[in-house]
Design a protein around this ligand. Structure first.
Ligand SMILES: [Zn+2]
Length: 265
């Protein structure tokens, strides 16, 4: 067989069709933002020091990309410069929530530290939360072609075990076909990460996980993200503030001794 030009020898590029997108910015209600900074204030006023604390950003299952609330789990050990999250803690907090409530990320404070970015420890926490959130919520975001070098096309009832030995994959159809393309679904999910500090500063990142359902190819990436505030009219009233104060007293547990192996920030 003769090729007219070299370009005919090139494999066609894998086709990809975008079906949906993941959030590029973080939408958060003014209520949730106010609550986060109020927790920060309360930690400082109740305990006298700006201990790090962490919480979860909460959404509704029917609108998983909008942060509507901040959930404060039991913080076993609050120190000035360290926060750690593990999957069991996230799972047990999710179980305590109403069925339509959904954890879509996490938030923590750097208090009055002069460190206004995410630390290496924070990155580890991001990945832990990402794994948890994407296990519960992912959506088809693309169909991507699996380029199979030598697809072996067979017909039901018309092949032997010997035929199965050829090709890198077999496609068995009920009628003879001469060519076939296989597109796999790429599922995507995300989790938000927000860090705040005294004087009202905040930084945000979105972590993404994409997984191809057949090839199992998984990619994780992250980007800094803008915060878009959404005013739903909800505000932190006196009754709720009293409840939040009690919650901070109950769930924040400062420890004053130094951790042996201190992983900071
Ligand atoms: Zn941090």
């Amino acid at each position: 067989m003769r090729f007219k030009s070299l370009s005919q020898l090139k494999r066609p590029a894998a086709a990809a069709v975008v079906l949906d997108s993941l959030p590029q910015a973080i939408r958060m209600t003014t209520y949730a933002r106010a609550k986060a900074f109020k927790i920060n204030e309360l930690v400082q006023s109740i305990y006298g020091l700006s201990y790090e604390w962490y919480g979860y950003t909460l959404a509704r299952r029917d609108d998983p990309e909008l942060i509507r609330d901040i959930g404060l789990p039991e913080n076993e050990q609050n120190v000035l410069e360290y926060t750690s999250i593990d999957p069991e803690k996230i799972a047990s907090y999710q179980e305590s929530l109403a069925p339509d409530c959904f954890i879509n990320g996490w938030i923590h404070s750097h208090g009055d530290l002069d460190f206004h970015v995410f630390s290496a420890t924070d990155e580890e926490n991001h990945l832990t939360v990402l794994d948890y959130v994407t296990a519960l919520y992912k959506k088809p975001i693309a169909k991507k072609e699996i380029v199979i070098k030598d697809l072996n096309l067979l017909v039901v009832g018309q092949f032997t075990d010997q035929d199965l030995k050829t090709g890198s994959a077999c496609l068995i159809t009920d009628v003879p076909v001469s060519q076939a393309r296989i597109l796999e679904t790429i599922y995507g999910g995300f989790c938000y990460g927000i860090v705040i500090g005294n004087q009202g500063w905040h930084q945000q990142e979105i972590y993404y996980k994409q997984r191809a359902i057949l090839s199992g190819q998984t990619t994780i990436s992250h980007n800094p993200a803008d915060l878009i505030l959404v005013d739903t009219g909800q505000y932190l009233g006196d009754t709720e503030l009293a409840a939040l104060t009690a919650e901070v007293k109950d769930k924040i547990n400062p420890i004053t001794y130094k951790l042996e192996k201190l992983e900071i920030l």
